[in-house]
Design a protein around this ligand. Sequence first.
Ligand code: FCX
Length: 457
Amino acid sequence: PVSLKDRLAELIPKEIENVKAVRAEHGKKAFGPVLVDQLYGQVLTSVLSRLPALIWDGSVLDPGSSFTRLFFLSAHPRSPEEGIRFRGKTIPEIQAELPKAPGGSEPLPEGLFWLLVTGEIPTQEQVAELSRDWAARAAIPEFVEEILDRCPPTLHPMSQFSLAVTALNHNSAFAKAYQDGISKKDYWGPTFEDAMDLIAKLPNIAGRIYRNVFAKGKLPSIDASKDYSHNLAALLGFGDDPAFVELLRLYITIHSDHEGGNVSAHTGKLVGSALSDPFLAYGAALNGLAGPLHGLANQEVLIWLRKMQSKLGDDPSDEAVKEYIWSTLKAGQVVPGYGHAVLRKTDPRYTAQREFALKHLPDDKMFKLVGQIYNLVPDILLEAGKAKNPWPNVDAHSGVLLTHYGLDQMSFYTVLFGVSRAFGVAAQLIWDRALGAPLERPKSYSTAAIQKMFAGK
Ligand code: FCX
């Protein structure tokens, strides 16, 4: 079928049977012990990143082994990259296999969404149908426009974004169907409609925030003959720059999903498990993405780079940069854009962006600085001895690319991450409702209970 919903309707009963079979065969097998220290977040790592607690088929991270990696680091200073697979495919495979826009060479995020939802590489026609469908759903209610227009420009763009997404719940198909007494087995249908509306409406919300906060004038309307990234670029005022449009296609694709347990994806899943509709669930996810240890890190990286540039000038020596990195650590701050809760290698999303930069902006000064920092930070983090992963993550690179094309308003960067992450969270919410995912409710213990339980043992 050309329609994503029709294809999904064929896949869901098969997957329900598949899950039943896995549970019948393996359901009674033990999976993962927990140490008391891990409950408090000490020793190897916090309990949650070790505890197998979630199922999500859309994407999976391959951490590599931290011990092997640290051991071999001096012999192999640049670690091999793989890291993430979307439905079994690496980023280079996705770049090669997903449909492209006419004349373009980066994958269309429409195709990535189809892949996340179905596990299949879509045809050009299926992708074009998604572009058309999203363009048709793109308008946002007038009252949401008014909410955004009344926000003071000093309110952080991420707070505005979350407000607007939450308000979309006004027209939620799932919330209405639930009130009308929908049966559990039919939850996925209205969830699908909300998920599609959510993704489709984000460009208009992001565009309006950008124009309002940075005084960029009137928004153009959506062009139904263009793809999602082209429309988003046009709403931001960059529609005439084909290289920027290509960057957005790559950007959305690689930021879309990153396993189920990262703060934004997990928040969406958790809130969705209470049967809050996709708008409420994604509004909550955005509030998690807005934290500096997660999505806001792309803003933090740029602030940090700019400070470094203003202090050290355009072509700083390695010695000066090293000293600057050490001064960040000595001030009790993190080096933004480095480290990861799961990955133990250079984030392949970093590499994909670096390759884009080598192709389109090899002489950009800030890109060169980012490369220089890449050669210095890992050894310093290793010497400092705390971070389990000294390698760069996605946020170390994204702002430099956006800045190159003139989108240099750093406080807006996480909004673009938020547009992208909706693809993964939306796909996950659809499958959670299709497979009857349970209410998420981890058990908490008091310290007194731990003392009592382990006394004398
Ligand atoms: N700079 C300095 N210290 C770092 C560090 C960094 N980049 N990364 C980790 N550490 C420190 C931690 O702060 C922690 O210190 P503590 O023992 O005093 O609390 C110690 O090393 C162990 O942390 P670790 O287990 O390696 O990392 P966590 O899983 O706790 O946290 C993040 C992972 C990503 C939060 C952490 O590496 C960090 O703060 N990085 C900088 C912020 C950042 O880039 N975030 C974006 C991540 C991501 F890609 C995204 O979600 O967008």
